[in-house]
Ligand binder design. Sequence first.
Ligand code: FCB
Length: 459
Amino acid sequence: MSQRPALRFPSDFVWGAATAAYQIEGAVAEDGRRPSVWDRYSHTEGKVANGDNGDIACDHYHRVEADVQLMADLGLQTYRFSIAWPRVIPDGRTRANQAGLAWYHRLIDLLLEHGITPCPTLFHWDLPEGLEEIGGFRNRDTVSWFADYAALMAQEFGDRVTMWSTFNEPWCYAYLGHGSGAHAPGLRDPKAAVTVAHHQLLAHGLAVQAMRSERDGLALGIVINPSNIVSEGVEADEAEIRMIDGIHNRWWFDATLTGAYPADVIERYGELADAVQPGDVETIAQPLDWMGINYYFDILVQQAADRGLHMPEYPAVVGTEPSPMRAVHTDMGWPITPAGFTELLVRLRDDYPNLPPIYITENGAAYDDPVVDGRCHDERRIDYLDLHLRALLDAIEEGVDVRGYYQWSLLDNFEWALGYDKRFGIVHVDFDTLERTPRDSALWYRDVIARGGLPEHSD
Ligand code: FCB
């Protein structure tokens, strides 16, 4: 048995939890909301585990008051959520929907009344289906419709909401949505994937400009999900590992922070990257007030038996495949790699001298521990969070400027293509009754927030 000491975080460090609209809201056809690509995808047979969809999800739309009270009871200082574009501009481009706006006004008011700082994301993958019908993010026009949407949000909520992010994990929307097809809109088309990777960033840059011209004083960022790409002793082609790193990591940080796409990726992509036009990357590289990092695990890869394309989410990477999961992993099959968290943050700081202050905008683990007599003992989640917060503190001690941490997720929710089986919540949701039960991890997290640090821990 080993002992981990009690540890304190900087006193101005902020603590929160995160969710996303389609994963929790439900009420998909209410008050003028129109479908998103995820409504369409989840209602297409065979796409989502158990045929699950977000029609009801956590019914957060109707339970927002009680849910904000729950956040307050846990002592959350900030809450990261996403705005559903199809709720506020149902077809994505023509008309604002007052009822949809009113709902987010209410959420924001409730948060502020409880002293919780709102941190909305504009795009967490639920593109209005009306836009998808005319090419979605493959269509360059969507870039300016996104900027219009961003400007409207700044106008509407910017008097009370300072901290915003434009996109959540644009790698996922581009490459899982259009490369492997594992996410909505479900295409398997490498050129579409690269086009969407570029157009999201261009939309990010234009949105930052549009929001700043709407209002002063906003703190604007983007949320990326970088990972270390590691072969861990197994045979792997270093050049291909570097290419995966380029597509997964450098593409996003180079473009937003250095104003250039990584030359090796652009070269390897060739005509797959035709959507990139002169001047685009300058638009993308707007100064940022902060960056969000979502970290769950290191990506483990190994050499494949042949030089084919084995990972459609990395178009142009050959002869490389995921390596089998480790013995210790979460319900997602994701390995537990806290040292990689520290390493990644230190690397970003070293590689990007103009890296803005960092917020960890997601980190957490799926474990399906049952509720028995009103309690849920989720020791494994507590252990995962404890390990990752210690790793985060190591990065802070090495000088990485990290200002806050959002646990993923407040509630069990619709885990995209994996449906309701994968439970990330510190609060358990019974999807028959919709009852919420804070797990032991929620109570543990409440204490972490209250004391601004970690208790002693023994394994
Ligand atoms: C991230 C997503 C988030 C959630 C977690 C588990 O990739 O941003 O919505 O699904 O993974």
